[in-house]
Design a protein around this ligand. Structure first.
Ligand code: GLU
Length: 612
């Protein structure tokens, strides 16, 4: 069923920025003007910046400023990425933080290597495939969302620690400083934060620690008010002194375990928050995985993403390989969108059948990212017809032109949350980092006295096999990582960074990254325009989701005439990226309007961003 056209509220500064962008007259404010009162920094939020010395793009001005501060003081991209992520833990606490997980991709300018860190949350070691079954029936999804049962062992602190030790030049304590200050002094609540709080009010109020933090006076904070998080400032201080052992072997970890095992619900509320079986042993046993990136060659570029347990790298990669069979540059917009939608549909059919945690499942990563397999799937695409979803998967281990293997596996529900940051430094190092606590607001459960929300990432597992009787690689298991869609991506040309990007948005992350990349590479849009362009998302479902810019356009009718079915989605994703210009300057790019607009900054602004 189609939804009514949604209203999107744009803030005036963002509208002005968009208009200036289109006119090519955008001048970049000195947004990197360093710390000051939060309220004074807010107007500096700009969706694009260009210049020297490094670049940071995130959804939030305070967070981007934290990264810029570290770059300006001589830190590198990894130092700045951790600083930005830690600040997002303050200002975007419903999307990511030390109670969650994520994936980080790093390009090292000296070695020209791309590395990745899988910092995904893990199920408790006691978990079985029946984790979400009670008396043989699946726990209702809504109940699982707000529970200890869905909390995985956090991976964010270990990701920061691992990245800094491997490639950073500053200590954890150093890079946490801007975020610590932000948590202590407070940040200015904007309309997005207030709305996210209001959307969560009903469950937040059932957890006194969450209500105390995010519902001051019992209500969502007013736009323009200052929100402080002294508990998180102290937790960051503890991490600075004790390192991440404070979480994996120390007092904060013990508090996490206690909270998960007995979620601290207001005794006056009727909420039943199921406990989880997380133990101190789970925390001690946690380790990130440093693993090789996925790589596909695409039109002379090398596209690097994260390998499973995320499905991001393989699925974006397969779709790109499929689309390499089309000259997208020359196609009319209708045919371009048609082929993009069909390639996404096919890539999701294969993702759903084959991708799970590789520690538990044989995931044919090489096959999924091979050109031969993509070619065998590309032949399904016909310009005069639309494929039917759910489409069955192919077999990447034995590709046969246009052949299917086994039953279709539809894409299970995933929310549209999370946050992504992209950073580059003056040496040419690049980080693309997506972090999440799953749902906006995660489990809704704050660790009392510690100032952060716990994730509900384990809801990314299939509770039961998506196709009854067919092997599902994404069932829970002991210490297993649920399949993710996070898709931080770095693109190289001749071994040097061309651009990098990523987005939040659950399974729509994959299509957002894919579409933005195509807009930029094939359709010639400058990065910020490629990000701003209206999105379509097909994930092996009957209907393709369309943002208003496409829903309201004549393109929809033309595609419907081919047989496409659409439903409206008010907003898909919130991407950020950086781009290296041929003259050595960096462009930072973020959203012009989604989620209230993002924040792009460079250390030393110089010149204007590229236009078409
Ligand atoms: N849990 C999702 C994933 O890892 C991210 C959360 C979201 O964006 O909805 O793919």
């Amino acid at each position: 069923m189609a939804l009514a056209r949604p209203t999107i509220h744009r803030s005036l500064p963002v509208l002005a920025a968009t208009a200036a962008l289109v006119a090519g007259t955008l001048t970049v404010p000195a947004a990197a003007a360093g710390p000051g009162p939060a309220a004074a920094r807010a107007p500096g939020k700009a969706p694009v910046a260009v210049g020297h010395g490094g670049a940071v793009a995130s959804v939030d001005a305070d967070a981007s400023a934290a990264g810029i501060e570290v770059l300006r003081k001589g830190g590198n991209a990894v130092d700045a990425a951790v600083a930005t992520a830690a600040a997002l833990g303050v200002t975007e606490p419903y999307s990511g933080g030390i109670g969650g997980g994520g994936y980080l991709v790093y390009y090292d300018a000296k070695t020209r290597n791309v590395s990745t860190i899988d910092g995904r949350e893990r199920a408790p070691l006691s978990a079985t495939k029946d984790l979400f079954l009670e008396k043989g029936r699946p726990v209702p999804f809504a109940d699982a969302v707000t529970s200890g049962l869905s909390v995985g062992t956090p991976g964010v602190p270990a990701t920061w620690d691992t990245a800094l030790r491997a490639w950073g030049s500053r200590s954890l304590g150093d890079v946490l400083k801007p975020a610590q200050k932000l948590a202590r002094d407070g940040f200015t609540v904007d309309a997005t934060f207030r709305k996210q709080t209001a959307d969560n009010e009903a469950r937040f109020k059932d957890f006194p620690a969450t209500a105390k933090l995010f519902l001051p006076g019992g209500k969502p904070p007013a736009v323009g008010s200052t929100l402080k998080n002294p508990d998180l400032a102290r937790t960051y201080g503890l991490l600075a002194r004790q390192g991440v052992d404070a979480i994996y072997r120390g007092a904060v970890g013990r508090d996490i375990v206690r909270t998960v095992r007995k979620p601290p619900v207001d005794p006056a509320s009727h909420r039943v928050a199921r406990p989880g079986d997380l133990t101190e042993r789970d925390l001690r046993a946690y380790g990130v995985r440093k693993q090789a990136p996925t790589r596909v060659a695409y039109r002379g570029l090398d596209v690097y993403g994260v390998a499973p347990s995320s499905s991001g790298g393989t699925t974006v990669g397969e779709a790109l390989n499929i689309l390499e069979n089309s000259d997208l540059k020359r196609l009319d917009r209708t045919t371009y969108l048609h082929r993009y939608i069909e390639a996404s549909r096919i890539a999701f059919a294969d993702r759903n059948r084959w991708v799970g945690d590789p520690a538990f499942e044989k995931v044919p990563v090489d096959g999924l990212t091979s050109q031969r397999f993509a070619d065998s799937r590309a032949c399904l695409i016909k310009d005069g017809a639309v494929l039917t979803s759910p489409l069955p998967p192919g077999d990447p281990r034995h590709p046969k032109p246009c052949a299917h293997r086994g039953a279709a596996a539809p894409t299970p529900y995933e929310g549209e949350h999370t946050t992504h940051l992209t950073v580059a430094d003056k040496w040419g190092n690049v980080v693309a980092y997506t972090l999440t606590i799953e749902q906006t607001g995660g489990s809704g459960i704050t660790v009392p006295g510690r100032g952060f929300l716990l994730n509900n990432e384990l809801t990314d597992f299939s509770f039961t096999p998506v196709s009854p009787g067919v092997h599902d690689p994404n069932l829970p298991g002991p210490g297993k990582r649920p399949r993710s869609s996070l898709s931080p991506t770095i693109v190289l040309k001749d071994g040097r960074p061309a651009f990098a990007l990523g987005s939040p948005g659950g399974s729509t992350i994959i299509t957002t990254v894919l579409q933005t990349l195509l807009n930029h590479v094939d359709r010639g849009m400058p990065l910020v325009e490629a990000i701003a362009a209206p999105r379509a998302s097909q994930r092996n479902a009957a209907a393709t989701e369309l943002e208003p810019g496409l829903w309201d356009s004549p393109l929809r009718g033309r595609l419907e005439a081919k047989g496409h079915v659409f439903k409206a989605n008010p907003e898909i994703g919130a991407a950020t990226g950086v781009q290296r210009l041929p003259d050595g300057r960096w462009v930072a790019a973020a959203e012009t309007s989604r989620r209230g607009g993002g924040s792009a900054m460079v250390v030393r602004p110089a010149g204007k961003p590229p236009v078409r």
